[in-house]
Design a protein around this ligand. Structure first.
Ligand SMILES: Cc1cc2nc3c(=O)[nH]c(=O)nc-3n(C[C@H](O)[C@H](O)[C@H](O)COP(=O)(O)OP(=O)(O)OC[C@H]3O[C@@H](n4cnc5c(N)ncnc54)[C@H](O)[C@@H]3O)c2cc1C
Length: 316
């Protein structure tokens, strides 16, 4: 039986449209085949990490994800490695790759050239981001000849080709935004410029996402907003990272991972349980697309997809 977090009132009380939460929701049979998934990878730094990445890609490929995306290092540091990973996915797998591209550290001409190369290589989906500054610098400075914000980049990409463009959204508001409304207005600007999908920053409490979705729909945003799901294996590191991103870590998660610092096997089981439960609650509330931050590892994502009814025999 899948563990139900006892101290998580939001999971237990989540309901939409006046439906009371089913007491059996957490132990129901696999969900119908209306679930679509996508996976995010980061480009490898060495031959050894490339091997890990490619074994994860090959393991997840039979699940027929809608697309798989490859990140662009903070400060624009992985330009070549992102490009070669994306084009290799396009050539050697059956999956549609999406290339992350950021505004950081490059002029508009340089970014346009990268985008043109993707277009020419048949890569037609870009995840367009402002980007974070390079390590060591905590303040974002637009390049003097660059695209300043993601909305400017989306508009630039649209001038190059008919890219499918996904952008970032923040259920708990981007840390630099002056208000929740300002952040939603920014999401709208990105959509007005041509984005057709938003992928969210990770979050842990499903209610956080569902409230954000309600606010976005209330503000007239109708494009798909896909929850970013992070199966947590290293809890302490994730908690630190979450603080930097403005993502909250509920107290029930601290409880669940308590005393497991030296027990990676149990941490993994707990991680799968937490993320699967998160997906199932979201699905029970009408969400049917999920974007997984894989951290270049397949096993947790594969298990969660299995629980969600996304399986090789169904997908192929
Ligand atoms: C799904 C996803 C994938 C990601 N992938 C990567 C990646 O591959 N590489 C990477 O480096 N980072 C990545 N990030 C992190 C992202 O780059 C950072 O969160 C970054 O700080 C903001 O990027 P953005 O595209 O949301 O920026 P924007 O949408 O441009 O917004 C950034 C901030 O600026 C504000 N703003 C926007 N326009 C204006 C304006 N005209 N005037 C004043 N303020 C404005 C917004 O309110 C917001 O606070 C990713 C994030 C997500 C959610």
């Amino acid at each position: 039986m899948i563990h139900r977090a006892p101290n998580n009132p939001s999971i237990m009380n989540v309901s939409r449209g006046g439906r009371p939460p089913s007491p059996h929701m957490m132990i129901a049979a696999p969900l119908p085949e209306d679930v679509s998934v996508s996976f995010e990878f980061f480009p490898p730094k060495s031959d050894a990490t490339a091997e890990t990445l490619w074994s994860a890609i090959k393991r997840l490929e039979p699940l027929a994800p809608e697309y798989v995306s490859v990140t662009y290092g903070a400060g624009g540091t992985t330009r070549e490695r992102t490009h070669s990973t994306v084009t290799r996915i396009a050539k050697e797998t059956s999956m549609a790759p999406a290339a992350h591209l950021t505004c950081v550290g490059a002029s508009r001409d340089e970014i346009d050239q990268i985008a043109q190369e993707y277009w020419d290589a048949g890569v037609k989906h870009i995840v367009a981001l402002r980007g974070d500054p390079q390590e060591g610098s905590n303040r974002y400075e637009p390049h003097p000849q660059g695209y300043a914000y993601a909305s400017d980049l989306v508009a630039g990409l649209k001038r190059i080709g008919g890219f499918e463009i996904s952008v970032a959204a923040y259920p708990e508001t981007h840390p630099e935004a002056i208000s929740d409304q300002d952040d939603l207005d920014n999401l709208k600007r990105k959509i007005d410029a041509g984005a057709t999908r938003a992928i969210t920053q990770f979050f842990f409490d499903p209610e956080v996402f569902l409230r954000f979705l309600d606010r976005a729909r209330g503000a007239g945003i109708s494009i798909p907003i896909v929850p970013g799901i992070l199966p947590v294996t290293n809890f302490n590191q994730t908690a630190k990272f979450a603080k930097m991103c403005g993502a909250s870590v509920p107290s029930w998660m601290h409880d669940l991972f308590d005393a497991l610092d030296d027990d990676p096997d149990t941490r993994k089981l707990v991680a799968a349980s937490v993320a699967a439960e998160q997906c199932r609650v979201l699905h029970a509330n009408g969400v049917n697309a999920f974007h997984f931050y894989t951290m270049n590892k397949a096993d947790l994502c594969y298990a969660i997809c299995h629980i969600m009814g996304v399986r090789e025999d169904i997908a192929t």
